[in-house]
Write a protein that binds this ligand. Structure first.
Ligand SMILES: *[C@@H]1O[C@H](CO)[C@@H](O)[C@H](O)[C@H]1NC(C)=O
Ligand SMILES: *[C@@H]1O[C@H](CO)[C@@H](O)[C@H](O)[C@H]1NC(C)=O
Length: 470
């Protein structure tokens, strides 16, 4: 009975040992792969790591590289100490290999050359001949694609320059951002546009409007975080590409406005000045003419006081129009026409602007009793024709006033002697529409321009003037 426990102990001992041995033996050799995904760019040569742990030789083992989900076809096969392309996916032909030198160290990694986007996926490293439980591992491969962004100047907007950044041939889908030299993002004209081409590659594009900075350097950055790749391109925008800045523009506008204002003010002032000057001149000429007319009218009224005093018949109506004072009642009350005329003349002399008053008298008289005045002038001009032709020297100003177009503007006249000019003048007087009326005007002008000559010619007439002291 004593052996039972002993045999039992043995029995348990053997069981324990065998269980332990089984446990150790199955955990002894493992197929291990990388913890991280393998990232690559299209065109790269890569290694999909796979090894035995502990590092026993794999030289004589069967190593099968497949896709994780498509296990019936091989990516690569190592059998009986050599590579085999049995059941290999055509797309991997010629691109796979194993490190034969490393096999003895349990390194069964697969080298894959010139990877393409379609190589992306999960791979299985499988050693079916291993007796252990962990005969396989999976490795994830991500093949990406990148390209350099291209920047172009796309025009201007408001005060800024529109820049376009474009980058095609990316995988996976990248992000794009713009940066200025201080590292901040200028305002983009919207989110980046992205589209994918038939090969599965992404093109990304973004417009941005930038304002002038210290450096005018701007960066377009495209990055793909999954494959941790970043590409950027810088651009320097020359100063003169920018539209005039707001401040410059405002200053410019103000300056332009000031210039325009000043110019138009100048033009306005100058115009106003010349206009005023012209008006003033015209007014002066008018005034001078008027003054001259008034003077001539008054001369007639003065010189022919006696004649007029004796011959004016419509004294009361004339006084009614002319006299705006008590004198009018006195004139009205006077018994004889001579008395009336005497009072009328007194009223004329008393007036504030006596010349003006006399001129008004002349004008009224010319309206009411034209023949009285016209006879005076025309008769004098006719009677003294020969004398006047001989003695009048200031013919030109007379022609200027009376026959401007007909005679004054005729260059021939200016080469003639004053006598011939006077003859022409007399001829023109006779040809006038109303010769007698024009002769009166001629007479009035003579009174003004050649008073001494007229005094000579009509001595008797003027004797009275000297007596009365006018
Ligand atoms: C394999 O293991 C041995 C001993 O454990 C070590 O000396 C050797 O460097 C290892 N080889 C590799 C490739 O890890
Ligand atoms: C296997 O061999 C390759 C090529 O020499 C080497 O790059 C890789 O690091 C090795 N893998 C391990 C797990 O030792």
């Amino acid at each position: 009975m004593k052996t039972f426990p002993t045999s039992a102990v043995w029995c348990f001992g053997i069981l324990f040992i065998s269980v332990s041995l089984i446990t150790i033996g199955s955990s002894e050799v493992q197929v291990v792969g990388p913890a991280d995904r393998v990232d690559a760019l299209a065109g790269d040569d890569i290694i999909l790591p796979c090894s035995l742990k502990p590092n026993i030789s794999a030289k004589d083992m069967l190593v099968q590289w497949t896709g994780l989900y498509l296990k019936t076809r091989n990516v690569h096969l190592y059998r009986q100490g050599r590579d085999s392309n049995e059941d290999q996916f055509p797309s991997y032909r010629g691109r796979t290999s194993m490190f034969h030198e490393e096999l003895k160290n349990g390194n069964v990694s697969l080298k894959l050359t010139r990877v393409t986007l379609s190589d992306t996926g999960r791979y299985r490293c499988f050693l079916p001949t291993l007796t252990s439980q962990v005969k396989e591992t999976t490795i994830q491969l991500l093949v990406g694609a990148v390209s350099q962004p291209v920047i172009s100047i796309d025009g201007t907007k408001d005060w800024g320059v529109v820049l376009k950044c474009e980058s095609g041939g990316w995988f996976p889908e990248p992000d794009m951002e713009w940066l200025d030299s201080s590292g901040t993002n200028p305002p983009a004209d919207g989110p980046p546009e992205k589209h994918r081409d038939s090969e599965g590659l992404y093109t990304v594009r973004q417009h941005v409007t930038v304002d002038k900075t210290d450096t005018n350097m701007f960066t377009c950055r495209v990055h793909q975080t999954e494959i941790n790749h970043l590409k950027e391109t810088e651009i320097h925008v020359p100063d003169d590409v920018f539209p005039k800045s707001q401040v410059e523009l405002i200053i410019g506008l103000i300056a332009a406005a000031v210039v325009v204002l000043a110019a138009s003010a100048g033009v306005y002032m100058w115009r106003k000045y010349t206009e005023e000057k012209r008006e003033l001149l015209e007014q002066q000429v008018k005034n001078l003419k008027l003054i001259r007319e008034v003077k001539r009218d008054a001369l007639v009224v003065d010189i022919h006081r006696v004649h007029l005093s004796q011959n004016v018949t419509l004294v009361i109506p004339i006084a009614f129009f002319l006299i705006r004072s008590e004198r009018y009642y006195e004139i009205h009350a006077a018994r004889t026409r001579q008395d009336q005329m005497k009072l009328l003349y007194q009223a004329l002399e008393e007036a504030e602007d006596t010349r003006r008053m006399k001129s008004d008298f002349y004008r009224i008289l010319l309206d009411l009793e034209p023949d009285l005045l016209i006879d005076l002038g025309a008769t004098f001009v006719d009677v003294n024709k020969d004398q006047l032709i001989q003695k009048v020297t200031k013919v030109k100003p007379i022609l200027l006033e009376l026959f401007y177009e007909k005679l004054y503007c005729n260059t021939r006249i200016h080469q003639m002697t004053s006598q011939d000019q006077m003859r022409q003048l007399y001829q023109a007087l006779e040809e006038a529409d109303d010769p007698r009326r024009v002769k009166l005007d001629f007479y009035r002008i003579l009174l003004d321009l050649e008073p001494d000559l007229l005094i000579d010619l009509g001595k008797n007439l003027f004797l009275w003037l000297h007596i009365t002291g006018i």
